[in-house]
Design a protein around this ligand. Sequence first.
Ligand SMILES: Cc1cc2nc3c(=O)[nH]c(=O)nc-3n(C[C@H](O)[C@H](O)[C@H](O)COP(=O)(O)O)c2cc1C
Length: 345
Amino acid sequence: MLVASTRPGRIGPAIAEWFVRAIASEPVTVDVADLAEIGLPLLDEPGHPSSGEYVHEHTRAWSRRVDAADAVVVITPEYNSGMPATLKNAFDVLYREWAWKPIGFVGYGNTSAGTRAVQMAKQVATSLRMVPVGATVALRLAESTRDGQVIPSADRDAAARGVLREVAKVARVTRPLRSRETPGPVDGVVLTVAESEDLPELLVLQRCCWVQEALANETLDLAPLRESLVELRASGSTWQQWCVRRDGRLIAAARARRAGTAWEIGRLMVAPDQAGQGIGSWLLAHVEAQAPEGTTHHRLHTGRRSTRNIELYERAGYTVAPADEMSVSLTRPRDSAPTQSRPGR
Ligand SMILES: Cc1cc2nc3c(=O)[nH]c(=O)nc-3n(C[C@H](O)[C@H](O)[C@H](O)COP(=O)(O)O)c2cc1C
């Protein structure tokens, strides 16, 4: 959330505090970026913001803060029928950090209740590839504030939640557009850290993929087939999880965790119709690259008769050893090179 006014005696912070209170029940984390506290100088970078090369620490800090947000809500007054110069400057200083983020507004003012400032800001936001939402809160100060505070009103609180829900909804569907991961082996694939809302779809993909394993190994007694959504959610406390979407559809996933000096990789899966294009190898390489400091080797397990998986891991440089009657364990020293790089599963 961005508080745009900076002048001494401003009402902006009181409006921001009201907004935070009104949306307190919503499942979001709010970072209040108060432009008065941040004190961004007027654009003072020698390079064009689209280069992303910043010489000043204040710009880098602003870049990190905006980068970390999935969505933006601006609390802005109207000054002379437009947005405050501080807000325009905060936009102008960065570029790609804003892209594909939904933006909602709480505008306030006298006669026009901040609506002209908001219209102007929306126009600027679209140049930065932001996605303005329709829901807006427009506060006419004389009617909605008293003694420098927003007057309590259930309708106003509901309007604030309306803005928040709309930006949250748009933030979910635009997430693949915001990903800046390395391009994948095929068009339209985006690799991200799995989030809570990915897990139901991930569980369906997991079951689908492990049916093949069940057939190959002639057993239904496989943990990935039995796992419930509750268990999958709980696994997030010990495992890091990644997923790959292709044009929005979840088509691959994997997880990993530290186990002593090993980086234990598991549940590498690719939707059957997407196999053979190098997606599994690419995802595996990405997961390996996330191994923490101190990792000496990568380790994973698969079914003894899961020949396609074993081939993929051998191509990636893993050595196979029997683990038990049903499964094999595969290891690879952390810094060894893959043996081959042709597309696999
Ligand atoms: C320089 C300036 C210009 C203003 N112009 C407008 C305006 O065009 N329309 C409006 O409705 N209110 C206008 N106002 C009134 C502000 O909306 C009101 O003072 C509000 O409290 C400003 O927000 P702030 O206290 O957070 O700075 C203006 C106020 C200032 C200081």
